[in-house]
Ligand binder design. Sequence first.
Ligand code: AMP
Ligand code: MG
Length: 492
Amino acid sequence: MTVPLPFDNSYARLPERFFARLGPTPVAAPKLVRLNRALAAGLGLDPDWLAGPDGVGFLAGNHVPAGAEPLAAAYAGHQFGNFVPQLGDGRAILVGEVVDRTGTRRDVQLKGSGPTPFSRRGDGRAALGPVLREYVLSEAMAALGIPTTRALAAVTTGERVYREEALPGAVLARVASSHIRVGTFQFFAAQGDVEALRLLADHAIHRHYPEAAESARPYCALLERVVAAQAALVARWLNVGFIHGVMNTDNVSIAGETIDYGPCAFMDEYDPATVFSAIDRHGRYAYGNQPRIAQWNLARFAETLLPLLSGSEAEAVAEAEAAVAAFAPRFEEAYLAGLRAKLGLATAEDGDLALGRDLLRVMAENRADFTLTFRRLCDAAAGPEGDDGVRRLFAEPAAYDAWAEGWRRRLAREPLDGAERARAMRAANPAFIPRNHRVEAVIRAAVDREDFAPFEELLAVLADPYRDQPAFAHYADPPKPEERVLRTFCGT
Ligand code: AMP
Ligand code: MG
């Protein structure tokens, strides 16, 4: 069989101790649930071939195409603060890399593709529910403009996987700028394998931050860029109400993309203590903790690079500490820029952060819906006749009125007129996010009734999140009390 996949695999050229070479385990009866045709075309892959029997066989792991050099990558990681020296791809296979239409190298990985030497006690498989959750969430993030891995396809396997119950099995084909994680560096650091660390760092620089190679101190430049990318990423998460849920160091991408969607979710009512993940009992990865945790993860990354940094050990530590400390100001800057855009502020004044924080505090006190408050604020920015829609989201509407007085005084010092401001704000405040109850409903329909129509409709709405879509206005609604979903599961 000849297969039109133009693989060019750079990770597979690294030393053998970086991975285990093996292919996916074939499945009984692959069936395509969805192919992301636009993404496929952007990768230079033929969507019609992918949707045909050979393509679906490839997406399910039944055919390994010519040019693929499949492997399971080795990595370690801190899970909920505890170091595990060996994790690795326990249910994923990197099939290969392709260079996309923009010249960017992208990994094509199959998740749920069978056991590997890193599976520990797991079965190497994925259930349909979590595959659909990752598909919806990652594509929603992409449409929101937030760096993320992408979903290329979902297939069902015709096999059952056993969790608490028997569930339909599935494979997600996902695309990433790379799957290099903080945990990949930790894997070699824990073994004192400085040669591997250097090769990995060089690979990451070449692939993601080529300008760092020009620096006099390239490994410090790598660290600084990863810090900057994570600061920008987590700021974007906070600005849309996203909670990753499992910010373990093995789930932190060196490329700065959102990766490893497990029990992640978007917040409805604003509360910085919000946690959905059933396994996050102490709220380590709560919405408002995410910046602090990101910095902690980056400190772990910095530690792995110490042997590569120049000068004495004390100098290396000082260099690493300075680079990690830069997270806080970078995060604040990115977060504030996002908040200003959300509030309709095109200029910068000293009190802007306080103004935004005041709104968030009042929202928390009044259990206001995060996404809807900001979306309706766009109407209020056009003129006070828009206030009513926002007020109604607050348990005590007068609390909004009090805040809005100060906001209007601030807007009066802005150059744009109301209509222009409202338009700019709608590009910063989405109408549509993958609300948890919608995601759950989509999963239930697919898993219980093999009905994928709700999944398709939700994806279509989320593909255009910043535009009002009157026919789908109900997708912007928060859950009714009986629809609320308070817990999410990683389903592994
Ligand atoms: P995750 O929670 O998806 O970030 O995964 C954490 C670790 O557990 C990684 O090493 C995964 O490869 C592994 N893992 C998760 N689910 C499974 C599974 N069903 N079978 C084998 N390994 C798994
Ligand atoms: Mg993971």
